[in-house]
Write a protein that binds this ligand. Structure first.
Ligand code: ATP
Length: 370
């Protein structure tokens, strides 16, 4: 069942900045949706409009089928977690968790013993029951973020909004908290909208990701679907490290020929798979580095190795062939590769299977968006 709807939502600020442009999205009950995109693409503004912290310029936002455009944040049944933990510094962990509950009035009011019970449950789920008497200043970053999460969850809101909640943590803690947040989501099943510019967070947390650019949605899909079948070159290069290789060229009679400025003959040709054969004209050929195999013994290799990033379990091999720059991932590399190719004139060839090729038109849109 759909729980949150954005219908033609636009937001322009007084200075003329169009932050969000015709944003349409349905979020299902208990779904975990991640908004991802580069800085300034409108993620936080979208979240803030759902929270009631920012007015819409046009369009509608619905929660549970009701338009909430004019409703104040306090009655939207939403919990929020931000990058800065914003804990009450003079209250201990337990008091931070119970504070919001103790302010509830009317039908939402809980008895003191129910508040105690709920705080106990939350502290246990979040693994902070052993630090419940500690003050915020004596907590680690991860512990503070857990308390902030607990505070947002205490009222059992229907929707949880998170805006870059992990960006103040170091890499190891971020990865732990990612697992924790996903586990909590499975356990508590709250409808979640999560904002990040980190594509790893988006890929690992989301049921669906929404990729944004300059206020506009580029693609809404399951993370792996967006990764394997990006709707355009922006999504293709935003998701994945290193990004998808993109070679500019022309398609003609079922063959892709790279255009290399200033070169009279081309060094890179590729027969196109059936689904792209009818396409003619300027285009980009995309393929992921992990799907780019190296043929080290090719008689007529075309690519020079111009750099190697050794990461242990894999190496990223940077290759150039006149103006074409691509990267390939070599799994379980041994050091002899580096000695053999770096700084030498030896050339190697690349191989990509048909299933891994993606074609984009001159505007950057997928020729067939599967
Ligand atoms: P980041 O990842 O850096 O937080 P974001 O994707 O969340 O970026 P927003 O904060 O939503 O982006 O901002 C979208 C655009 O709106 C940006 O160009 C930003 O400069 C602009 N913007 C945000 N708030 C205001 C404001 N109050 N007045 C004018 N422009 C604003």
């Amino acid at each position: 069942m759909t729980y949150v709807n954005f219908e033609g939502v636009c937001k322009s600020f007084e200075d003329g900045t169009v932050a969000v442009d015709d944003f349409n999205l349905e979020i299902n009950e208990k779904e975990f949706v991640v908004l991802v995109g580069p800085s300034g693409c409108g993620k936080s503004t979208t979240l803030r409009m759902l929270a009631g912290l920012e007015k819409l310029t046009s369009g509608d936002i619905k929660i549970s089928g009701n338009i909430v455009n004019e409703l104040p944040p306090s009655v939207r049944d939403i919990g929020m977690v931000f990058q800065s933990y914003a804990l009450y510094p003079h209250l201990n962990v337990r008091q931070n968790l119970s504070f919001g509950l103790s302010l509830q009035q009317g039908k939402d009011r809980l008895s003191d013993s129910d508040i105690e019970k709920r705080v106990d449950e939350l502290a246990e789920i979040l693994g902070i029951d052993d630090i419940s008497e500690k003050m915020p200043k004596s907590l680690s970053g991860g512990q503070r973020q857990r308390v902030a999460l607990g505070r947002a969850l205490a009222k059992r809101p229907k929707v949880i909004l998170m805006d870059e909640p992990l960006s103040n943590l170091d890499a190891k803690l971020r990865s732990q908290m990612r697992i924790e947040i996903r586990r909590l989501h499975e356990e508590l099943g709250m409808t979640t909208l999560y904002v990040t510019h980190d594509q790893v967070e988006a890929m690992t947390l989301a049921d669906r990701i929404v990729v944004m650019k300059k206020g506009k949605i580029q693609q809404v899909d399951h993370p792996l679907e967006s990764y394997h079948n990006p709707s355009n070159t922006f999504v293709a290069s935003f998701l994945g490290t290193p990004p998808m290789n993109m070679v500019a060229g022309k398609a003609s009679k079922g063959t892709f020929i790279a255009i290399e400025k200033g070169e009279s003959k081309t060094n890179f040709k590729k027969k196109l798979p059936d689904e792209y054969k009818s396409f003619e004209g300027d285009c980009f050929l995309g393929f992921r580095p992990e799907n780019t195999s190296l043929n080290l013994n090719a008689k007529k290799g075309k690519f020079h190795v111009v750099g190697i990033e050794s990461l242990g379990s894999e190496s990223v091999i940077h290759l150039e062939c006149s103006k074409i720059k691509i990267s390939a991932i070599l799994h379980r590399p041994d050091t002899s590769f580096n000695q053999r190719f770096i700084g030498t004139n030896l050339k190697i060839d690349i191989e990509i299977t048909d299933e891994e090729l993606r074609l984009f038109d001159s505007e950057g849109n997928s020729v067939i968006h599967k």
